[in-house]
Design a protein around this ligand. Structure first.
Ligand SMILES: *[C@@H]1O[C@H](CO)[C@@H](O)[C@H](O)[C@H]1NC(C)=O
Ligand SMILES: *[C@@H]1O[C@H](CO)[C@@H](O)[C@H](O)[C@H]1NC(C)=O
Ligand SMILES: *[C@@H]1O[C@H](CO)[C@@H](O)[C@H](O)[C@H]1NC(C)=O
Length: 436
C-alpha cells in the first residue's frame, strides 16, 4: 500500500516535470493568483479546498465559504425498484467545512463548522449533509446554518438547522424537519432587503414525484420555517435553487434533476419574491459552444453580487463540476452572470417583430433605480479564469475577471413566459423541528 502510494507520487511528479499533466499541487490558484475553473483550488496551507455544493456569507468584510467536505471514499449504492435498479454514488458525511477570505482568492481553512461527529442521528457518518447556507441574524447575533440532511438512500429529505455565535462555528445542531411537511431536497436561503429571510426548497410529496419549488418564510430568529409557503414553480423537477435580487427583480437559477450529471440550467424571473416566476430559459452563452446545454459541465450553487462601479448587474455564480465516480475530486466553476435591464416607458410602441421600440438604455444608474425596468438579457458566460490583473473589479477585493474571447448571444427580446402564474397555497402547517 505504502509502496504503491510512493510509486504513484513519483510518477505524478515525473509527469508534472515532463509537462504531461496539470500538477494540482502547484495549482494555478496559488501560483498565478487566478481562479481557474475546473482545477483543484488550494487553501493557504496547500490543502485542496473541500467545500462542495457551497455558499458564501459576506460578513465583517470577510467572505465565509461553507460547503460539503467530501474528502472520503466514494461509495456505490442502488435504489431497488420492483422492475429495475438505479445505481448512484455518494460519500458518507464528514461535515460542513468553512473557509475564509478577504478577496475571494486567498482562502484560509477554518476547519469543520459542523462536524458529522455522531452527536445527533442526523450527524452520523453514514448520513448525508448537503448544500449548507448560513445567514447572520442581527437580532439574536447568531449565525444560522441550514443544511439538507438525509440518509444514505436519500429517503429522509429533511432540513437541518444549527446555530453559532461565530461565523466559523462550531455550529450547535438543533435538529431537522421536512419544511411544511414536504420531502425537501436541494434548497437555498435568501435574505430580503428588509431583513426577512426565506428558505426555498425543491420539494415533492412522494419520492418519485417531480419536484416543485416552495418559498417558506423563516421566523425572525431564522431558526423556524413558518407555515403557508408559496409554490413558486410547478412540478418541473427543477432543483439546486439559486435565488438573488437585482433592481427589484428576483432571479431563480435552477438545474434539472440528473443527480451528479450536468444538465441545462434554467432561470426564472419575477417582480415579487412570491412570484409569479417566468422562465428565461437557459442563460448560458459563449464558448465552449457545446457546453451550453450542460451549463459548462457544472451545476450552479450560489450567487455572489458584484457591485462593480460602472458595470452594474454582475453576479458571480458558484457552481460544482461533480466527479461522480470520485466525489472528493469534484472541482469548482465560477462564472460571471450579467443581467441587463431596459427602462420601461409608460407608453410603448411595439414594432411588428414584437420588440418594444423604446430606448435601449442599459443598466439604469442608482438615481434611476425607481424607474420601471424590465429584464432585457441574462447571460451566464464562460470564462476560463478570474484574474486579478485584467477585466472587471470586484468590490472590496483586488479580483477581476478576464474578459476572455467569449461570444455573446442575445435572447429574443419579446420573450414569451412559459410558466405564467403558479401561486398556490396555503400548504400544510409547519411540522416543527424534530429535536433528537
Ligand atoms: C472582524 O474581522 C476582524 C479581522 O478579521 C477581526 O479581528 C474581528 O474580531 C472581527 N469582528 C467581528 C465582530 O467578528
Ligand atoms: C439589523 O439589520 C437592520 C436591517 O438591515 C438594520 O436596520 C439594523 O440597524 C441592524 N441592527 C444591528 C444591531 O446591526
Ligand atoms: C419584507 O419584504 C417582503 C417582500 O419582499 C414582505 O413580504 C415582508 O412582509 C417584509 N417584511 C417586513 C418585516 O417588512
Amino acid at each position: 500500500m505504502l509502496m504503491s502510494l510512493a510509486l504513484s507520487t513519483t510518477v505524478t511528479v515525473l509527469l508534472c516535470l515532463l509537462g504531461f499533466r496539470k500538477c494540482s499541487g502547484a495549482s494555478a490558484w496559488t501560483l498565478k493568483g487566478k481562479i481557474v475553473s475546473g482545477e483543484h483550488w488550494l487553501d493557504d496551507e496547500g490543502g485542496i479546498i473541500q467545500a462542495h455544493g457551497g455558499s458564501m456569507l459576506f460578513h465583517n468584510q470577510t467572505y465565509f465559504w461553507y460547503g460539503e467536505n467530501k474528502d472520503a471514499p466514494t461509495e456505490w449504492r442502488s435504489w431497488k425498484m420492483p422492475d429495475q435498479e438505479w445505481w448512484y454514488t455518494r460519500t458518507p458525511a464528514l461535515g460542513i467545512s468553512c473557509y475564509s477570505s478577504s478577496d475571494l482568492l486567498n482562502w484560509h481553512n477554518e476547519g469543520m463548522a459542523l462536524k458529522a461527529d455522531g452527536s445527533h442521528e442526523d450527524l452520523e457518518a453514514g448520513q448525508t449533509l448537503e448544500r449548507p447556507r448560513v445567514l447572520y441574524n442581527n437580532l439574536t447575533q447568531q449565525f444560522v446554518m441550514w443544511v439538507h440532511v438525509d440518509d444514505a438512500g436519500y429517503s429522509l429529505c429533511r432540513l437541518g438547522m444549527a446555530v453559532s455565535a461565530a461565523p466559523t462555528g462550531p455550529f450547535r445542531y438543533q435538529g431537522s424537519m421536512q419544511a411544511n411537511d414536504q420531502r425537501n431536497g436541494d434548497f437555498t436561503l435568501f435574505k430580503e432587503d428588509n431583513g426577512t429571510a426565506y428558505v426555498v426548497t425543491a420539494s415533492q410529496k412522494q419520492s418519485m414525484d417531480p419536484r416543485f419549488m416552495l418559498l417558506h418564510e423563516l421566523s425572525i430568529d431564522f431558526q423556524r420555517v413558518l407555515p403557508n409557503p408559496f409554490r413558486i414553480l410547478p412540478p418541473l423537477d427543477r432543483e439546486s435553487p439559486v435565488l438573488f435580487k437585482y433592481e427589484a427583480h428576483y432571479f431563480l437559477l435552477t438545474s434539472g434533476s440528473t443527480f451528479w450529471s450536468p444538465n441545462a440550467a434554467e432561470i426564472f424571473t419575477a417582480r415579487a419574491l412570491e412570484g409569479p416566476y417566468a422562465s428565461w430559459g437557459n442563460p448560458c452563452h459563449g464558448e465552449p459552444m457545446d457546453q451550453h446545454g450542460i451549463t459548462f459541465s457544472s451545476q450552479a450553487s450560489f450567487a455572489i453580487p458584484l457591485q462593480a462601479p460602472g458595470a452594474p448587474g454582475h453576479f458571480l455564480i458558484m457552481a460544482d463540476r461533480w466527479q461522480s465516480n470520485d466525489l472528493k475530486e469534484s472541482t469548482y466553476v465560477w462564472l460571471p452572470l450579467h443581467i441587463s435591464l431596459r427602462v420601461q416607458k409608460p407608453l410603448q410602441l411595439v414594432s411588428k417583430s414584437g420588440e418594444a421600440a423604446n430606448d435601449d438604455n442599459e443598466d439604469p444608474g442608482q438615481d434611476e433605480a425607481v424607474r420601471l425596468t424590465a429584464v432585457r438579457r441574462i447571460a451566464l458566460e464562460w470564462r476560463s479564469a478570474w484574474d486579478p490583473h485584467s477585466g472587471l473589479n470586484l468590490p472590496g477585493t483586488s479580483l477581476k475577471y478576464r474578459e476572455g474571447r467569449s461570444r455573446v448571444h442575445r435572447l429574443p427580446v419579446a420573450f414569451v413566459a412559459r410558466y405564467g402564474s403558479y401561486i398556490h397555497g396555503p400548504e400544510p402547517p409547519d411540522a416543527g423541528l424534530n429535536k433528537g
